[in-house]
Write a protein that binds this ligand. Structure first.
Ligand SMILES: *Cc1c(COP(=O)(O)O)cnc(C)c1O
Length: 219
């Protein structure tokens, strides 16, 4: 067992920041070791893995999906997921809404914003997110609540660049936080991973997503 959990959880509590333990590739036994220390919020990036861990593990775990979601897989996660952090298109948002309404659910979602320079990372540009916020049809989506934003900074040693990317997202978050709407309640700013969570917290994150620093490196 890695000893990272206690330290990180304490650090987050002291800073008033929520901690999502990212358990992708880790076994149910490894997850239970963290669960048994009192942790209840876990994140996965693949639908199939998320569903099978949900089935195998205690039902008081709050599961967050943090990886790219294809519209044809939405129906598998909507029944139990507590947040989808990786909404990156209007089409996906509409599909989540449709499935949520079928199940009489309301799903909390975050817009994933592309803040890194790498091209491989998914996410909306600021302009695309703005277009969704100003879409007149948004108010008709009663099965979702847009509860915040998620972003991943570039994989770089350049601390200033990472800070700038986080700061840009924080500014955007503050701007849209003013927006009123029955399904828009921006509260969560999910930014920061094992390598950059302290920077992210300094730049205004209120939820960090941490995998390897808790569970050890992934193979
Ligand atoms: C894997 C992953 C993390 C956690 O990464 P670590 O570097 O292991 O902390 C955070 N966010 C997303 C979206 C991920 O896919």
């Amino acid at each position: 067992m890695q000893s990272g959990y206690q330290d990180i959880s304490k650090y987050c509590a002291e800073h008033g920041v929520a901690l999502l333990a990212v358990s992708k590739t880790k076994t149910p036994v490894e997850i239970l070791a963290v669960y048994n220390q009192g942790h209840r919020i876990f994140g996965e990036n693949k639908v199939q893995e998320l569903v099978s861990k949900y089935e195998a593990l205690p039902k008081d775990i709050q599961w967050h999906l943090i990886g790219h979601l294809q519209t044809n897989k939405v129906k598998y996660v909507v029944p139990f997921v507590s947040m989808i952090q990786s909404v990156d298109s209007w089409k996906l948002l509409k599909e989540i809404d449709k499935e949520a309404n079928k199940k009489n659910h309301n799903v909390n979602v975050l817009f994933q914003i592309h803040i890194a320079t790498e091209e491989t990372k998914f996410g909306l540009s600021y302009e695309e997110a703005e277009a969704i916020f100003s879409n007149p049809e948004l108010k008709d989506l009663t099965g979702i609540t847009i509860s915040g934003l998620m972003g991943m900074a570039s994989l770089t040693e350049d601390e200033q660049q990472i800070r700038n990317e986080f700061r840009g997202l924080k500014n955007f978050f503050e701007r849209y936080r003013q927006l009123q709407g029955s399904n828009i309640k921006l509260q969560t700013l999910s930014m920061g991973m094992s390598s950059d969570y302290k920077l992210a917290i300094e730049e205004g994150s209120n939820m960090v997503r941490i995998g390897s620093a808790i569970f050890g490196e992934r193979k």
